[in-house]
Design a protein around this ligand. Structure first.
Ligand SMILES: *Cc1c(COP(=O)(O)O)cnc(C)c1O
Length: 227
């Protein structure tokens, strides 16, 4: 299958999941995750109509983005260290999905010259990856973000522990949504965005309220470097 056919197939699956969940197709945005893939692959996706792309490493994005048309939009979806905040906040990303500490928030805010939307990454399951704040820490992060000059918190992101059975991820997606509803109440911050769901489980994430799905291998094919 070509990248164009993959994108058409993923978009059809997104539309079907929206339909099943009684949601509008425009409530869910596809982030095509191009990590490890060359600029040529991004161009192919762009020719098929894809505008929004996700990268997980600042260094790789810094090289790739200038090789791609300026009309594309880029989100940082991977773990970010505070020492890379200056470059991550320099304007190459429209949104950062992976903010999980106050230190990182403050560093991004120090360097951002224009408003910088972010999501708070939460480890809802408490298992698997050490990335993401604990659910109990999210409120303090949102309140800290609300004090920022340029950083704006738009919602939450999660990566559930990997399981071959995508149905097992459902509870984590629904927990992220419940946490968002609770934090919205407690902090008065709207938090409209929920970034959840990857190739293996994005349809379930949509059924549970995802507004961004981050899909790599189902768009670009398998990766050689795994992460
Ligand atoms: C790689 C990656 C994805 C996409 O993974 P696939 O399983 O290839 O769809 C999504 N989110 C993050 C944070 C990633 O690093």
């Amino acid at each position: 299958m070509s990248i164009r056919e993959n994108i058409e197939a993923v978009n059809a699956r997104i539309a079907a999941a929206c339909e099943r969940a009684g949601r509008g197709r425009d409530e869910v945005k596809l982030v095509a995750v191009s990590k490890t893939k060359p600029a040529e692959a991004v161009m192919e996706a762009a020719e098929a109509g894809q505008i929004l792309f996700g990268e997980n490493r600042v260094q790789e994005a810094h090289v790739k983005i200038p090789q791609c048309p300026g009309s594309l939009q880029w989100h940082l979806i991977g773990h970010l260290q505070s020492n890379k905040a200056r470059i991550a906040a320099s304007g190459m990303f429209r949104m950062i999905h992976s903010v999980d500490s106050e230190k990182l928030l403050r560093a991004l805010d120090e360097y951002a010259a224009v408003p910088l939307p972010v999501l708070i990454q939460v480890n809802v399951s408490g298992e698997g990856s050490k990335e993401g704040c604990a659910p109990g820490e999210a409120r303090a992060l949102i309140e800290a973000a609300n004090q920022c000059r340029k950083v704006e918190v738009h919602g939450l992101m999660t990566i559930p522990p990997f399981t071959p059975d995508p149905e097992k991820a459902r509870v984590h997606f629904s927990n992220l949504r419940k946490l968002r509803d609770q934090l919205r109440q407690e902090t008065g911050t709207p938090l409209p965005e929920l970034s959840m769901g990857m190739s293996n489980d994005f349809e379930i994430a949509i059924e549970e309220g995802a507004t961004f799905v981050r899909v790599g291998s189902d768009v670009f094919g398998e990766r050689w470097r795994m992460e």
